[in-house]
Design a protein around this ligand. Structure first.
Ligand SMILES: C[S@@+](CC[C@H](N)C(=O)[O-])C[C@H]1O[C@@H](n2cnc3c(N)ncnc32)[C@H](O)[C@@H]1O
Length: 293
């Protein structure tokens, strides 16, 4: 009887506690593997393809990284703080014959360097995602896809989401595309043969949603139809009086403090002309996206 009481009072709580505490390393999330149907949806939503490099932060038994290597032949890295999970992942990779494509590392995901990833998968918790968000935005290149099982990122709304039903249980999958940071003051121009028209852009940004104005001469025109997907940017400046200043629709690519692309200008006679444009940002005017709430 005494032994039974000891089991209940000491062993069971110790076992439960062990789920969230490994020696001196706390687990931020307990181990719960994603079902194969959910893994397949995560990889499909991320549009995983040849040449991608996938990082699973908190990789459990390695199933997401291993499935991606099996289905798409891509390289992957799994990071988990629990040495048992890493051991299991390595054994599973060997069984699946993808040991040459995948790597598993025992590490705290908050200390991890995952900047080379083109796809990141997570199955954590909203609170953990929010702590991780600044690292994701600081390390990942524009265009990198992040897929999350069940947990979102508060005001960083996903670019896409899906529901997967497995045995009457609903699983949510969320997708984000890391946006370029286009915030700040830009000086630009478009060219038409030898003629050059100068303009300014003042841009703010809430994750993948920029807003701002275009300055043309003394006119300040609010931007509409703004879209930013990775490093691909598009916006329109529609002046109040189109007979004086035409409608301008810009498309382009952002790379650090440079943007360039094509602007389509509507002429009063209904014709449209396309001209190349370029802009440079004053580097100190850029605001960090990671500071967004
Ligand atoms: C819910 S499981 C997800 C496993 C796997 N990604 C999947 O979807 O099947 C969360 C994993 O995160 C790991 N984990 C928890 N805190 C961590 C941390 N700070 N750093 C790295 N891994 C952590 C746990 O050990 C566990 O394996």
């Amino acid at each position: 009887m005494k032994r039974l009481v000891f089991s209940f009072l000491v062993l069971i709580p110790a076992a439960l506690f062990g789920q969230l505490y490994l020696q001196d390393k706390p687990l931020d999330v307990p181990y719960v593997p994603s079902k194969p149907e959910v893994v397949a949806t995560m990889l499909r939503m991320a549009k995983v393809a040849k040449g991608d490099v996938l990082y699973d932060l908190g990789c459990g038994d390695g199933r997401i990284v291993i499935t991606a290597a099996e289905l798409y032949g891509i390289r992957g890295v799994g990071i988990d703080i629990d040495p048992d999970r890493i051991q299991e992942s390595k054994e599973n990779a060997a069984k699946a014959n993808v040991g040459h494509l995948v790597k598993f590392m025992e590490q705290d995901l908050f200390q991890a360097d995952f900047h080379e990833a083109t796809v990141v998968s997570i199955y954590l918790l909203t609170s953990v995602n929010l702590r991780l968000r600044p690292n994701l935005l600081a390390q990942l290149r524009p265009g990198t896809r992040i897929v999350s099982h069940n947990y979102a990122m508060d005001t960083w709304k996903p670019d896409d989401s899906a529901i997967v039903m497995v045995n009457d249980t609903t699983h949510n999958v969320y997708l984000w595309i890391v946006p370029a940071n286009v915030t700040g003051a830009w000086e630009g121009s478009w060219t038409d043969g030898a003629a050059k028209t100068a303009f300014g852009l003042d841009l703010d940004q809430h994750f993948q949603w920029p807003s701002g104005n275009l300055k043309l001469g003394r006119e300040e025109i609010p931007l509409t139809e703004i879209r930013l997907v990775g490093d691909q940017v598009q916006f329109t400046a529609e002046p109040e009086d189109p007979s004086r200043t035409p409608r301008m629709s810009f498309t382009g690519k952002a790379a650090g403090n440079d943007m360039q692309g094509t602007v389509e200008i509507g002429n009063p006679d209904g014709r449209k002309t396309q001209k190349p444009w370029k802009a440079k940002r004053a580097p100190l005017s850029m605001k960090p996206l990671a500071a967004e709430k």
